[in-house]
Ligand binder design. Structure first.
Ligand code: ADP
Ligand code: MG
Length: 504
């Protein structure tokens, strides 16, 4: 007879809710029962725990062992509970002192020889344990992730025996070893020659966090420009970096030190499935939109994407998060990404090009463009038309400012926004907009004329005001002026194009 309990953490989206691991030893036929885990996970865990205890020189109690993981309705998978289960069995059978077990949290998979193996989702668990003011013990190989917290709340060990010795007052656990974290480097904006307007639109997008759609023939430099947005965005704050790292931590590829503080750039192919894009699966994993959290989601050839998949983007574009419902379970992942989309002007790609003649009929062009829905287009603040330069023009064009110069301005403008209203202009709600994007008489009149001419929706009109606010912030102007508003109206080029049935 015996009882012990300790703590672990489950995985639910980017959260790591607490799990209580209770071990009861009783008389009866020698069995090990784990309550609260799905069947296949139980079988694998049993084998590993039994092997690890025996090979580490402990006795596997020949009693009726019941391990209860509660709450029972949490999704639980994989080996993350092995360590807590093994320690519970040792505590309940009196092979280690059990009194101190509830003071700590233990997470890690066991190898058959008792060594500790890495598991997914260490960072969310470490953040949650720190919040609860408890020490979390994790496998040494997860140290790089745990070290991101930069404090002593997480300890690491390489082997089960190191932990049992420490619980018996012999020896210590180790501090997690921080991996070397490289300074992120991004493609250089100065590589883009000419294209002054497009570069300016990219700067406005970076400054205010606005979504951007580029329309232009192949070779116009759309992909090249998109790749350069992360490098001109304001550097990540510590909190943003931890959020982004937490998403990577629960992803299939896991967190890597080179991701730290790097604005991600995700460019899923248009054939990507809905699950790959927005997340999901039987134990839900984050999709591309969450892997792009605090970074850039690039959708190249936007009209080729499945329309239903694009519709799903509307919710996260507004809220910055995505809720995935599967049967009884729900998982929520952050998805505050900046959308950059690119499209050809028509099916053949060359409408409006000076280099090649377009062979598409007007109905073909209309059908192609109508594949992106109005409501999605409405959520894209900046829409620009891009013409390719000829090789000779590229040769002759002077190179513009470097990423660093542009980033400095964007960062300054972003600071102004955050100080004024606590968020980027792209995230201003309608109340915030009334307060901070007020227009003077002349400006109001100008906007009204534009609405009539471009047949803008109310939402499209709000977009213009937010963008005008960003342009004013780049100029460090308190009031939105005619010039700022005029430039913002220029960035609705696709609304105009759709109205007239032709672009460029
Ligand atoms: N403005 C430019 N300055 C420098 N190189 C350019 C420019 N425009 C296009 N290029 C060259 O052309 C290539 C194709 O551009 P890309 O961005 O792939 O075009 P798109 O995505 O619009 O089809 C680029 O990799 C780059 O080498
Ligand atoms: Mg391209």
């Amino acid at each position: 007879m015996g009882f012990a309990w300790t703590r672990c953490r489950a995985e639910a989206g980017v959260l790591a809710p607490p799990v209580r691991v209770e071990t009861h030893l009783g008389s009866g036929l020698p069995t090990l029962n784990i309550v609260g885990l799905p069947e296949t996970a139980v079988k694998e865990s049993k084998d590993r725990v039994r092997g690890a205890l025996q090979n580490a020189g402990f006795e596997f109690p020949l009693q009726r062992i019941i391990v209860n993981l509660s709450p029972a309705d949490l999704p639980k998978e994989g080996g993350r509970y092995d360590l807590a289960i093994a320690l519970g069995i040792l505590g309940a059978s009196g092979q280690i002192p059990r009194q101190r077990l509830p003071e700590f949290e233990f997470m890690g998979e066991l190898g058959l020889n008792g060594d500790l193996r890495p598991c997914r989702g260490i960072l969310p668990a470490a953040l949650a344990a720190r919040e609860a003011r408890r020490t979390l013990v994790v496998p040494r190989r997860c140290g790089a992730e745990a070290a991101l917290l930069g404090d002593h709340s997480t300890q690491v060990a390489g082997h089960l025996l190191q932990i049992t010795a420490w619980l018996q007052g012999q020896g210590m656990l180790d501090e997690p070893a921080a991996a070397s974290l490289p300074v992120p480097d991004y493609p250089e904006l100065a590589d883009v020659r000419g294209q002054v307007q497009a570069r300016r639109a990219l700067e406005v997008a970076a400054a205010g966090g606005h979504n951007l759609l580029m329309c232009g023939p192949p070779g116009a430099g759309k992909t090249m420009l998109a790749l350069r947005l992360p490098g001109i965005l304001p550097p990540m704050t510590e909190a943003e970096a931890l959020e982004a790292a937490a998403v990577m931590s629960i992803s299939n590829s896991g967190f890597r030190p080179q991701h730290w503080r790097r604005r991600s750039f995700r460019s899923p192919h248009h054939t990507a499935s809905g699950v790959a894009l927005v997340g999901g699966g039987s134990s839900p994993r984050p999709g591309e939109i969450s892997l792009a959290h605090r970074g850039v989601l690039f959708l190249d050839e936007l009209p080729e994407f499945d329309r239903r998949v694009l519709e799903v983007l509307r919710e996260p574009l507004e809220s910055g998060r995505i809720t995935i419902s599967r049967a009884a379970r729900q998982a929520e992942f952050p998805a505050r990404f900046q959308l950059v989309a690119a499209m050809n002007p028509c099916p053949c790609g060359y409408r409006g090009s000076r280099i090649r003649h377009c062979r598409c009929s007007p109905p073909q062009v209309d059908r192609y463009r109508s594949r992106i829905s109005g409501p999605l287009l409405d959520r894209v603040d900046l829409q620009i038309w891009l013409s390719p330069l000829t090789p000779a023009e590229i040769q002759d064009a002077s190179s513009g400012e470097s990423s660093e110069e542009v980033r400095r301005r964007a960062q300054r403008a972003r600071q102004i926004q955050v100080q004024r209203q606590g968020c980027a202009n792209a995230q201003l709600d309608s109340r915030g907009m009334k307060q901070h994007c007020a227009l003077g008489k002349r400006e109001s009149r100008m906007l009204h004329q534009a609405i009539e001419k471009l047949k803008l929706s109310a939402r499209g009109c709000d977009r213009i005001r937010r963008v005008a606010r960003t342009i004013a912030d780049l100029a460090e102007a308190r009031q939105i002026g005619m010039l700022h508003l005029g430039e913002a109206i220029q960035y609705r080029q696709l609304d105009r194009g759709q109205g007239e049935g032709s672009l460029g």
